[in-house]
Design a binder for this molecule. Structure first.
Ligand SMILES: Nc1ncnc2c1ncn2[C@@H]1O[C@H](COP(=O)(O)OP(=O)(O)OP(=O)(O)O)[C@@H](O)[C@H]1O
Ligand SMILES: [Mg+2]
Length: 502
């Protein structure tokens, strides 16, 4: 008993904070929850990013749900990447059952079922607010990174953007971009050559193929208008609770490239538009990425670097990023080393490789006189996790095997009718869901080509024999030429350039 008392007082002391906090559950000793030994996370450190890991079915997604609810109650908006489609239940109140009340009895507070303000978002044709961005906003650097282009090809992309800037041609969707790319080596070949130097068809062909590949992953639905204003992620409901924005990505599992494209553009957009955060003691927005391995799996080295940099930088904007995945090694080392909160659910030791992974994982946790971390990692039950957090001064709180509280909202998903009602009631859906195809590069270039053809026709009929003076192209390396242009520095693009140089 003496050990229990000492443990309880250590946990209590380590989990008492000046400012506001959220409660995850109660600390456990010898596989039993210690009543009232609450494990709390100060709001102040929630922009320090985190990881929720563990074998399948151990409770990662429910932990995410619990955290999202508690943040919302504190007036902090949340964005969830719902890859498996199992989070819509947040919009409805949970149902108490004997298992849940028993869990909460052990933790030491009653179970209070509640519904939360939810907005459904989508990248494709699923119901919910359509998230889109224009190619112009995306910028040449990000587009080249996503397409995994060579330096020469990236140079051409920059030239294309520059040309569109100079000629006021809006690049809205991929159709626009493909059109101008073709134009640069066909009808507009001469014009481009004179202004920027020769652009090889081999290179534009390679870029086109990469765009088609991206389109096959559904990117044509993502690029276009109306582009999403990230400020709309920060809404509160009438009771001051933060909106839980659920991005439904069930159809994205086999399209990792589109997912990483979107994630990176979203983070870049947030980074450029959110003000630098003073010492408010709480995050502005918390983003959870379930099945996070999907962003990293197929990302190129360049994209990895970009993600790492932006993860580091976005913290100062008051944005916390939480990666949810089975194995901590799914997240790159450079990202892992930046995480403040770690919630590690049970790991399974089936193979020698598993045992090695467990040993490694255990080494990454603070030493505790109460636990043998390796043993705890394999003996945790469902909805239990090893929690390592930071206090308000950024020091680690006492390591705690934790019995997690149950979500207050429904653990199951919404029915089709409930989903429909939610979408129908949404104000944002009305704002974003009309597809606009206003006049952009595609239409303007087509008109230009038509006009040129008509002029040529006219010239042919009047001209008998004229010698065309061939002007020598003052060809300059296209990349250098564009890099010296002032218009080159645009929002996302400029920032990413800075990031790359760091
Ligand atoms: N905090 C909790 N309170 C009550 N029940 C829980 C809790 N966590 C997990 N469970 C139970 O465990 C089940 C599995 O949890 P969850 O879906 O979160 O696992 P997961 O780790 O996300 O699995 P996967 O890797 O397959 O996505 C839940 O359906 C629920 O019944
Ligand atoms: Mg899950």
């Amino acid at each position: 008993m003496a050990q229990n008392d000492a443990f309880l007082s250590e946990i209590k002391e380590g989990n008492t904070f000046k400012g506001d906090y959220i409660t995850l559950g109660a600390a456990m000793l010898n596989e039993q929850a210690i009543k009232n030994a609450f494990v709390n996370i100060p709001l102040k450190t929630l922009n320090r990013h985190g990881l929720i890991a563990g074998a399948t079915g151990t409770g990662k997604t429910k932990t995410l749900q619990v955290m999202a609810e508690n943040l919302s109650e504190h007036g902090i908006p949340v964005l969830l990447m719902d890859i498996k489609g199992d989070l819509s239940g947040l919009a409805k109140s949970g149902d108490a059952n004997s298992k849940i009340t028993e869990r909460h009895d052990k933790i030491g507070f009653p179970y209070a079922p509640k519904a939360f303000p939810v907005e459904l978002l989508s990248l494709s044709e699923q119901d919910g607010v359509r998230l889109r961005a224009t190619v112009s906003e995306f910028g040449p650097v990000l587009l080249s990174r996503i397409l995994d282009l060579s330096d020469t090809q990236s140079g051409i992309v920059s030239v294309i953007f520059k040309y569109c800037d100079d000629h006021a041609l809006p690049l809205l969707d991929l159709k626009d971009f493909k059109k101008i790319l073709q134009y640069a080596t066909q009808e507009g070949k001469k014009e481009f050559e004179e202004a920027y130097g020769r652009i090889s068809t081999a290179s534009t062909g390679a870029i086109l193929r990469k765009i088609v590949e991206l389109e096959q992953q559904g990117a044509d639905l993502f690029f276009g208008e109306t582009s999403f204003d990230v400020q709309d992620l920060l809404r509160l409901d009438d009771n001051g609770r933060g909106y839980i924005n659920i991005l439904r990505l069930t159809d994205i599992q086999d399209r990792p490239k589109l997912f990483s494209t979107f994630m990176l553009s979203l983070l870049a957009e947030i980074y450029t538009t959110f003000p630098e955060q003073g010492d408010t003691g709480r995050p502005e927005l918390v983003i959870f990425i379930d099945e996070a391995h999907l962003i990293f799996d197929e990302a190129s080295k360049a994209l990895h670097d970009q993600i790492e940099s932006i993860v580091k930088l976005i913290r100062s904007k008051g944005v916390g990023l939480y990666f949810v995945t089975q194995n901590p090694t799914d997240v790159p080392e450079a990202v892992l080393s930046q995480l403040g909160l770690k919630v590690q659910h049970a790991l399974r030791a089936f193979t020698a490789k598993d045992r090695k992974a467990i040993k490694l994982t255990a080494q990454n946790y603070p030493i505790s006189e109460y636990y043998d971390t390796e043993t705890v990692l394999t003996s945790l039950g469902t909805g239990e996790a090893l929690v390592s957090a930071l206090d308000e001064k950024g020091r680690p709180t006492p390591l705690a095997a934790t019995m997690m509280r149950a979500p207050m909202s429904r653990m199951d998903i919404l029915t089709a009718t409930e989903l429909e009602a939610l979408v129908t009631a949404s104000k944002l859906v009305k704002k974003y869901n009309d597809t606009i195809d206003r006049e952009s590069a595609y239409e303007m270039l087509n008109a230009k080509i038509k006009q040129a053809e008509a002029e040529q026709e006219r010239a042919k009929t009047t001209r008998k024999s004229t010698t065309t003076s061939s002007r020598k192209s003052t060809a300059m390396n296209p990349v250098i030429k564009v890099l010296t242009s002032a218009t080159f520095i645009r929002s996302v693009f400029g920032i990413l350039n800075k990031v790359i140089k760091k």
